[in-house]
Design a protein around this ligand. Structure first.
Ligand SMILES: [Zn+2]
Length: 89
């Protein structure tokens, strides 16, 4: 996504378009994160870390053995929701 933005802004004659596009991209990204909140954990294989022998394994503590990690956008959404819930009270 960053490469796309960098490549496009090089040729763009009006930088003002990004003031319209960026919020749209951000909202799109957040919606995507609401539907698909997880990304694969990079530290393990499906939530398990194997020992050097390959016969023993333990749960990965980075993803609590789920094999997936919350995406940043989803954390932002959770943060927004918590802020809104607090505001109601
Ligand atoms: Zn993991």
């Amino acid at each position: 996504m960053y490469a796309l933005i960098a490549a496009s802004s090089h040729h763009s004659s009006s930088p003002g378009i990004w003031f319209l596009l960026l919020p749209a991209l951000t909202v799109g990204y957040l919606i995507h994160c609401a539907i698909y909140p997880f990304r694969p954990c990079r530290r393990c294989d499906a939530g398990r870390l194997r020992s050097a022998s390959g016969k023993a394994w333990r749960y990965c503590r980075h993803c609590q053995g789920t094999g997936g990690q919350l995406r940043i956008g989803r954390r932002v959404l959770t943060g927004l929701k918590t802020t809104r819930d607090r505001a109601k009270k």
